[in-house]
Design a protein around this ligand. Structure first.
Ligand code: NDP
Ligand code: 2IT
Length: 449
């Protein structure tokens, strides 16, 4: 590493932290990327000369807005809406919307920053963005969700469009919310502009496999990492956190590949089902009835619910954290390592703390960071955009084949970049370097903007 590369990275980080005070998740995401790309800068001094890093850490545009709506009791409620349009060098801004009470500007910035490199890794033409609100959809009626979503879109629609910025779902934003958001955009603009949102219902412009894509993709990535070691998923036990979109389809794919996924969780606790999670029952409870995960244990004799505690106490060969950021800390990591975990793939965005990542890597556990392992969701969103542009609809099988090919591509790009930049087997360095180079080259070619 050259002294000037180290100094540049240090200065960029310190300046960004000072300019974005009180945003610890954003600082954490910045640090993870900046800490891994020094060898890239040593190969590419032109990036430093063109101020690529200084520009990259500053979003192109940030939108914060008031979202007023009326609850079922007739009371006025006000939430805060966000969209951080981080980087559009590779294509229109692209990234999900999160509705969760913990949402603030720093969380959206961390997610938007990660999205730049994730989207670059897919090798499709999509820039990086994220948005959302501190609105909590839990225990809200469909009518409240609709009124909130319509109010949210009444401001955000000014900033969206198939060639400008294309949102999708994330925590708290699934098929129901996307329907209401898309409907309001259509009404306000008088345009049925399919390509302005992904994750749509398959009957009105959505893509086959988008629902399954993030979870399936994380398991495909795990399969690729294990294959390098001559191993596979068949016969392995997996512990999974979360019980939302990502977790459900990660569990489903583990089982399809001959493994046994034995856990799921939500913010109230976790379930263990040594017989293997019954995916149809989990879907019924979470997707149809919108109940808590504890309900699963009520209905299945082989399962038990543990209130509080940590799902990472449960032994497994593979761990797939698929709930939220910083849900897996150093203590959890050591417990998983002690219990014999061989591979960890992040279905969620930044679920492992930096100390946990370090512990896995020191112990020789295969570790896939979220921006590589969970990129199947946004990659399939880009396939949805292609289908919308061509007015086509591809079938499930061919769409899943494409997802699998893309995940293989992301694995090999990350694996090869880790080798090239002197950290063989380090998928954090590999994914960050491969993603960064794609964005940096595009920014370099497009001049000072
Ligand atoms: P969902 O809203 O469908 O599910 C989220 C799950 O995580 C729920 O089980 C929820 O439990 C749990 N969870 C959320 N926040 C917390 C918290 N603070 N503490 C404990 N549990 C929590 O979201 P997704 O499955 O879509 O997203 C999960 C993760 O995957 C997120 O990090 C997201 O950014 C990431 N991701 C999602 C993609 C997608 O396509 N959907 C693509 C790539 C990444 P509860 O209901 O109790 O809150
Ligand atoms: O974090 C993510 O990659 C997502 N929530 C999906 C983004 C998308 O545009 O499909």
């Amino acid at each position: 590493m050259t002294p000037s590369a180290t100094r540049t990275l240090h200065d960029v980080y310190e300046t960004a932290v000072a300019r974005n005070a009180g945003e610890p998740e954003f600082h954490q995401a910045l640090r993870e990327v900046l800490d891994s790309i020094a060898p890239v800068l040593a190969h590419h001094p032109e990036y430093v000369d063109a101020g690529i890093l200084t520009r990259l850490v500053e979003p192109e545009r940030q939108i914060i807005f008031r979202v007023p709506w009326t609850d079922d009791a007739g009371k006025v409620q006000v939430n805060r809406g966000f969209r951080v349009q981080f980087n559009s060098a590779l294509g229109p801004f692209k990234g999900g919307l999160r509705f969760h009470p913990s949402v603030n500007l720093g969380i959206i910035k961390f997610l938007g920053f990660e999205q730049i490199f994730k989207n670059a890794l897919t090798a499709q033409g999509i820039g990086g963005a994220k948005g959302g609100s501190d609105f909590d959809p839990h225990n809200r009626s469909d009518a409240e969700i609709m009124r909130f979503s319509q109010s949210f879109m009444s401001e955000l629609y000014h900033h969206l469009g198939e060639h400008t910025d294309v949102p999708a779902g994330d925590i708290g934003v699934g098929a129901r919310e996307i329907g209401f958001l898309f409907g309001q955009y259509r009404r306000l603009t008088n345009r049925h502009e399919s390509g302005m949102f992904t994750g749509k219902g398959v009957q009105w412009g959505g893509a086959e496999v988008r629902t399954e894509a993030t979870g399936y993709g994380a398991v495909y990535f795990t399969e690729e990492m294990l294959a390098v070691k001559g191993e596979g998923i068949d016969g392995r036990t997996a512990v999974v956190s979360g019980s939302g979109n990502v977790a459900i389809y990660a569990i489903e794919k583990v089982q399809q590949l001959g493994g046994t996924a034995i856990t799921a969780s939500d913010s109230s606790g976790y379930i263990v089902d040594e017989a293997g999670i019954d995916v149809d029952l989990l879907k019924q409870i979470k997707e149809v009835e919108r109940h808590r995960v504890s309900e699963y244990a009520e209905r299945r004799s082989s399962a038990r619910f543990i209130s509080g505690g940590s799902v990472w106490d449960v032994p497994g060969d593979i761990a797939l954290p698929s709930a939220t950021q910083n849900e897996l800390n150093e203590t959890h990591a050591y417990r998983l390592i002690k219990n014999g975990v061989v591979a960890v793939a992040e279905g969620a965005n930044m679920p492992s703390t930096p100390e946990a990542v370090h512990a896995f890597q020191q112990a020789g556990v295969l570790f896939a960071p979220g921006k590589a392992a969970n990129a199947g969701g946004v990659a399939t969103s880009a396939l949805e955009m292609s289908q919308n542009a061509a007015r086509q609809r591809w079938d499930f099988e061919s769409s899943e084949d494409k997802l699998r090919t893309i995940m293989r591509g992301i694995h090999s790009a990350s694996y090869q970049a880790a080798d090239k930049y002197g950290k063989p087997g380090d998928y954090v360095v590999g994914a960050n370097s491969a993603g960064f180079v794609r964005v940096a080259d595009a920014m370099l070619a497009q001049g000072l903007i």
